[in-house]
Design a binder for this molecule. Sequence first.
Ligand code: BV8
Length: 237
Amino acid sequence: MSKSVVILTGAGISKESGLDTFRDADGIWAKVRLEDVATPEAFERDPDRVHAFYNHRRAGLLEASVQPNPAHEALARLEMRWRDAGPENQVLLVTQNIDDLHERAGSSNLLHMHGELLKARCLSCNAVSDWRSDMSRQSICPACGDAGGLRVDVVWFGEMPYHMERIYAALGDCDYFLSIGTSGNVYPAAGFVEQVRRHGRPTAQTIELNLEPSEGASLFHHCLHGPASEVVPAYVE
Ligand code: BV8
C-alpha cells in the first residue's frame, strides 16, 4: 500500500542553522520593508538596493557556520527510508526557503517554490545559472553574456511561485501533510493545509511542527510545538 507525504518548510526550519526568519521580532521584515526589497516594483525602482539585500543574505548563507541542522537531516533520512521501503512511496519536500540547506542535508525530491538565493536569472535570455558571488547591475549572464540583466532567481511578492501544478497534484494525493517552521502568513503556501483538507484524500492527516502555533494552526489535525531541531527528528523518526 503506497504512502505519500508532502512536507512544506519555512524559515523556522533554518533558524537554528543561523538564518533569520521573516516575522519573528528579530526577523528580516523587522529590519526592512518587503515592499522595498522583495517585489518587482522595488527592483524596477532601485535595483542596487535589491541586489544589496540579496547579496547580504547570500554572503550570510555561505558563511562556514551556517550548516544544515538536525531538522534538515531528519527530513533527508525520511526521504531515503521511505524510498527504500518501496519506490511507490513518495516524500515530496516543498520549501518556501531560498537557502540550500535541504540539499546540503541530502534531500533530493525537493521543490523551491520561492526560488533559490544561489541562482541568478537573466532578464534577456531567462537562463538560470548558479550564482555564489555579489550581483550588481553590471553582472554578466553566464549563458548569453548579456551585461547588466541579471536578477536573483527568487519569487517576489506579486509573482507566481514555481512548481504550483506539481505541488497541487501532490497535495491532492498525499496521506500526510507536514508543515514545518512557517507562520502561515504567505499565500499560496499558507493555503496548502486547507487544500489538503478540502480537496485531498479524506484520510489525509495534517501535522504542524512549529516553534509556536501558526496562523493556520487550528486547521491541522495534530500540532507539535518546539524548536525544529528537536520536534522534527522526534516526529519523523
Ligand atoms: C502570488 C522569496 C499571485 C523572497 C517570498 C491570497 C492568495 C494568493 C496571494 C495572496 C493572497 N493574499 C495575499 C497575497 C499576496 C502575497 C501574500 O501572501 N502576501 C502576504 C504578505 C499577505 N503572495 C504573493 O505575492 C505570492 N505570489 O500570490 O502570486 C499571482 C497569480 C498569478 C500570476 C502572478 C502572480 C508570492 C509569495 C512569495 C514571496 N516571496 N520569499 C525572499 O525570501 O526574499 S515569501 C516570504 O515569506 C519568505 O521568503 C518566506 O518564504 C515566506 C513565508 O515566511 P515563513 O517561511 O513562514 O517565515 P516567517 O518568519 O513568517 O515564519 C517563521 C516561523 O517559524 C514562525 O511561525 C516561527 O514561530 C517559526 N520558528 C522560528 N524559530 C523556529 C521556528 N519553528 C521551528 N523551530 C525554530 N527554531
